[in-house]
Design a protein around this ligand. Structure first.
Ligand code: ASP
Ligand code: MG
Length: 404
């Protein structure tokens, strides 16, 4: 007998038919003699619809009230799913975040789990109940409802698995696992059998939407092995774990991110402290800077270019204008028509020439690189967004043609 945590995303519980499909998966695991905890997201687009509803009333509603509203999405899905399981004749209980013991900090809308007090879950399992838990939500020290940020149910599931020392943590979703690239854009993309936490974290942060990145951080921290798999197809998914690489692949995947903009500040003084001042001004307004490039100074000036997320571009420019414009001859330029393409793989730590393979693929496709950044297991390039699909396919082909 095992303790199994299963998580079902919004598309897996979108209507009655899908809910019964999920109820069957859960009760099958229970019938095999396992203890089962299922963590569930809101149905389909419910969370987006709730946000729209709020905007109709007050687009500046307090974050506290937003969380009271958004948490209702998961309340609906756990109740409906439990009713389906009752109908199939199994003992079941649904629990809201606070009942399941998810204690979070007070950052409404983006709360972090501080502690899971799982006594109630344990009691219900002892009574041989299937336990259905609302994902994405918790309670803070004021006794208020909090939510954990978009996609937060993944984190609820991994936290549950960690606290309960579950034998298995399965994240059921609408894709069959983690792919070498988005299969909708790269038809030859291949599902990975295994991926390491670090690679998954990079991919999640770089825009792959299969798993929420906080959930991967948590899985790594508590060494929870997670399987990402389809709720509609009965096939093995991708295991996320502290992996010794099983397949001989140089990289695990290629991703793209269109939500980037490039800013260049031109003709600024080539003096110590300038970059520090510039970036600390941006940081103080919570603007995340990603790829940075500084030109070699032509006495007495230099240029610095960097990327920000496109939705922070306006704010970044406002801050820079105040600071840069008074400087003689200086200029701020920006470009929204750029995209970031990244390759990720722990193979880079031991193999040389991986970055140059990526650049070769781009050269062969006649795509110009604006900026480059690297880390131990990642290479990112900034290119024109018009080229992004060509780049994605060219790079994928370069690395994975042998398995295509
Ligand atoms: N329902 C929430 C969302 O749509 C949480 C989740 O799905 O994980 O972001
Ligand atoms: Mg989701």
């Amino acid at each position: 007998m095992s303790l199994i945590v299963q998580k079902f995303g919004g598309s897996s519980v979108s209507d009655a038919e899908h809910i019964f499909n999920v109820a069957n998966i859960i009760t099958k695991a229970y019938s095999q003699g396992n203890d089962v905890i299922a963590v569930v997201s809101a149905q389909g687009d419910t969370t987006d619809e709730l946000i729209e509803k709020a905007n109709e009333i007050n687009s500046h509603a307090s974050k506290r009230e937003m969380d009271v509203l958004l948490s209702t999405g998961e309340q609906i899905s756990i109740a409906l799913l439990s009713m389906a399981i009752e109908k199939l004749g199994f003992p079941v209980v649904s629990l809201l975040g606070w009942q399941a013991g998810f204690n979070t900090d007070t950052d409404y809308g983006n709360a972090r789990i501080e502690k899971v007090c799982a006594d109630r879950i344990r009691k219900e399992l002892d009574k041989k109940n299937i336990v259905i838990v609302a994902g994405f939500q918790g309670i803070n020290k004021y006794g208020d409802i909090t939510t954990m940020g978009r996609g937060g149910s993944d984190t609820s599931a991994v936290a549950t698995a960690a606290v309960m020392h579950a034998d298995v943590c399965k994240i059921y979703t609408d894709v069959e696992g983690v792919y070498t690239a988005d299969p909708r854009r790269v038809p030859s993309a291949k599902k990975l059998d295994v991926i390491s936490y670090d690679e998954m974290l990079e991919l999640a942060t770089l825009g792959a939407q299969v798993l929420n990145n906080r959930s991967v951080e948590m899985a790594k921290k508590y060494n929870v092995e997670v399987e990402v798999l389809s709720s509609m197809k009965n096939t093995p998914g991708t295991i996320v774990k502290e992996a010794a690489r099983l397949e001989k692949m140089l990289i695990s995947g290629v991703t793209t991110d269109n939500n980037v903009a490039r800013i260049s500040v031109i003709n600024i003084p080539d003096k110590p402290g300038f970059a520090f001042k510039l970036f600390s001004k941006l940081a103080s307004k919570d603007i995340n800077v990603d790829i940075i490039l500084q030109s070699i100074g032509r006495n007495p000036t230099k240029d610095i270019s960097f990327t920000v997320t496109e939705n922070q571009l306006e704010d970044a420019i406002k801050i820079l204008e105040k600071y840069i414009e008074p400087i003689d001859n200086s200029k701020i330029l920006y470009d929204k028509n750029v995209a970031k393409v990244s390759i990720v793989g722990t193979g880079m730590e031991t193999h040389v020439g991986i970055a140059s393979m990526m650049f070769e693929a781009l050269f062969e496709a006649q795509i110009n690189i604006h900026m480059i950044s690297t880390s131990e297991i990642k290479v990112s390039v900034l290119i024109s967004s018009d080229d992004v699909d060509t780049a994605l396919n060219a790079i994928h082909k370069k690395f994975f043609s042998s398995i295509e």
